[in-house]
Design a protein around this ligand. Sequence first.
Ligand code: 9WY
Length: 455
Amino acid sequence: MKQLKLGLFENVAANVGGTVTWRHEDDQRHRFDDLRYWRDLGEVLEDAGFDFLFLGDAWGWAEIDGVRPPVATQESLDLPRLDPVVVASALLSTTRNLGLVVTGSVLVEPPYAFVRRMATLDHLSGGRLGWNIVTTGTAETAVRAFGMDMVAHDERYAMAEEFLEVAYAYWEGAWEPDALTRDKRGRFADPAKVHPVEHAGRFFRSQGYGNAPYSPQGTPVLFQAGASTAGRRLAGRHGEAVFIGSGPAADLRRHASAVRAEAVAAGRAASDVQVMAAVSCVVGASPGDARRRHASVLRCQTPEATVASYAMFTGIDLSAHPPGTPMADLRTELSRTQLERFAGRTVGDVLDAWRTHGVGAQPIVGTAQEVADEICALAEGADLDGVLLSPVLQPTSTLEFVEEVLPLLRARGVLADGYRDGETLRERLTGSGSPVLPRTHPAAAHRHPRPGASP
Ligand SMILES: Cc1cc2nc3c(=O)[nH]c(=O)nc-3n(C[C@H](O)[C@H](OP(=O)(O)O)[C@H](O)CO)c2cc1C
């Protein structure tokens, strides 16, 4: 069995992934705006040897027929939410090895400012930064807040392609890796190694010099999480780590194969893409104990919250459709993953599933041994390169996983034993021995001297 990469999936908010857990007595996510909460979590993950912390993010909110349902506020389904980049910055000084993967949207700001922000984090973290490329699933509400017109789903992915080209131009081409000499008796940087960027495209224009010099990884590790057809294509062309969500092993395996096929179609190797899925678990001293603990989580869910939560991700009010309606009859310009993953199911099925586990999959509920067995079976069945723990309760679920399940996975050799000091996130995830993207990646075409140019 492959040795798996291990991440933790969180949002900077009181709930994660569409279910209500903030009010559970064993949950602390109501402290999402407390620096100590995040620093404590960062320390737990680093001490346990997690490869990275993955912070999802959105800009919009739940709306049904143009109205934000009161339950969204009462249960903090969508808002309030804080900035994952700032949380990641806050963890720089209290962690040394933990990868920090932040979600950044291509929809709401031009590349130039975003590029510097990411490069700054990559510099200050010593090359531990990852970027989850999204086009903003909550686009319909988010665009209003930014004073923009709505951009259709596939058009957002076209924007993503162009955004990446501009970002690569600045990250990989604006400053050569050895441009800075910082020679007090000579010069700070070599002008011959600093290059202006010129871009004029359908969505973005940028002309000028990059602010940030070449960072330890050049380009942050490129994560992608968007399982629609357009999302998989972007993942295959650009992604290094692709987060395909949750679900049964057979579904995940099909999805993983599709992403790897897209990578090969784009001239890359299938192994250039690490495919990872989310797992949630509820551990108990006995199966019955685990079931009882899971039942206490389910008691926090309500039908109103389930409907409002699904609407946030897709803009679809499931309560407006008869339970027997096939999901295949519905359409969305928002998060298509959360529609397409339920193909073949009915509205009634999805209301049940979403109430139980939101964007995730049915949690693994059992003893630590049973949880470890199921994670191994899922990873092998789906041909995964990694898993993201999506804690049901925080930090309770994380702590029980670390204390009871992780040792069992380590004992089986399923997880690496720990960090190699000074290793960048890319080196750890890809095993390539290089902190920067390979020449086969589209970003490399932006480097100087231009590939094929006379030195
Ligand atoms: C596991 C996981 C996590 C995701 N996390 C986010 C996120 O944090 N923010 C976001 O805007 N879009 C996230 N997405 C992508 C959305 O589903 C959606 O992609 P898609 O499903 O339509 O391809 C895009 O945002 C739409 O513009 C995620 C997708 C998956 C599968």
